[in-house]
Write a protein of this length. Structure first.
Length: 285
């Protein structure tokens, strides 16, 4: 009996050490790129072009010049930055609102064609943007929405993965809750806004982070539909700085570092409900 307990104890200890080593390796893999970016932000832009990103810390070549350039230089970085802030906030709000209504409809109501429509949502999940990019581009052009933020937000407001997540999250919703609301005289919209939305806070938090990251890092679709430089998002603007004929790398590297901050703040703001929302959405089926 004692030998069995000793064997189990050793096995548990080995598993603990294995998990610890794995977490350390993953932490290094995740943190290393940010650390490289942070070191490079204190070096001249020419060093990035000549030596690339590296772990060399040479205090004689490190300064705050890049940060001074970012805040006082003549450039459009902050225009791009606040364009991205506005577009990300607008995208997240509209996507969560529309997708929540659709997901709630799939979970709470029975209607003709429900299964067919849900299969369509699942099929859309499997189609990459590159496949539908050309017809979407033509549609935006015919609607005369090119070079506008409407062209960026409109095609993706009813986001398939967000709809699927909300539907899964609400599947275990007791129908008696809806009936109680109707008995009290609440409208269907009132039931959703007063009873369902408070229940969905964890799901909203999880999807706000994921959709916010997608919107903030979105590059390919804005590149196709935006023409004016004053409407560029941060990803588009930073890409214009990659030019071997100009000394833009100082702004590029420090600007890339600052581009991480909004997503970090978004995660901190919603982290309380993030794990709860992701876990609940995963186990409800």
């Amino acid at each position: 009996m004692q030998t069995k307990l000793s064997g189990k104890s050793k096995k548990a200890s080995l598993e603990l050490w294995g998990s610890t080593i794995l977490f350390i390796v993953l932490a290094i893999v995740i943190i290393l790129p940010i650390w490289l970016l942070l070191i490079a932000s204190f070096k001249p832009g020419g060093d990035l072009l000549q030596y690339g990103l590296n772990l060399d810390i040479n205090f004689s070549r490190m300064s705050l010049d890049n940060f001074v350039l970012l805040f006082t230089g003549q450039h459009e970085y902050w225009t791009w930055f606040f364009n991205s802030i506005f577009l990300t906030a607008l995208t997240v709000l509209l996507t969560l609102a529309v997708s929540a209504f659709v997901g709630y409809g799939f979970a709470a109501y029975e209607f003709k064609g429900k299964r067919v429509f849900f299969v369509i949502v699942l099929l859309i999940l499997s189609i990459p943007l590159e496949v539908v990019m050309l017809p979407l581009y033509k549609q935006m052009s015919l609607m005369k929405l090119m070079d506008s933020y409407t062209a960026i937000v409109l095609p993706f407001m009813a986001h398939a993965s967000t709809i699927f997540f909300f539907r899964q999250y609400l599947l275990s919703l007791p129908k008696s809750l809806l009936e109680a609301g109707r008995i009290d005289g609440a409208t269907e919209y009132g039931i959703f806004l007063r009873l369902i939305v408070p229940i969905m806070k964890p799901a909203f938090s999880a999807m706000a982070i994921l959709n916010g990251m997608n919107a903030w890092n979105n590059y390919l679709w804005p590149l196709l539909v935006i023409r004016s430089s004053d409407k560029y998002t941060l990803t588009l603007g930073l890409n214009t700085l990659i030019n071997p004929y100009g000394d833009n790398y100082s702004l590029l590297i420090v600007g890339s570092l600052f581009s991480i901050i909004p997503i970090f703040i978004l995660f901190i703001a919603f982290q309380k409900y993030f794990i709860e929302g992701m876990t609940a959405g995963a186990v409800k089926g």
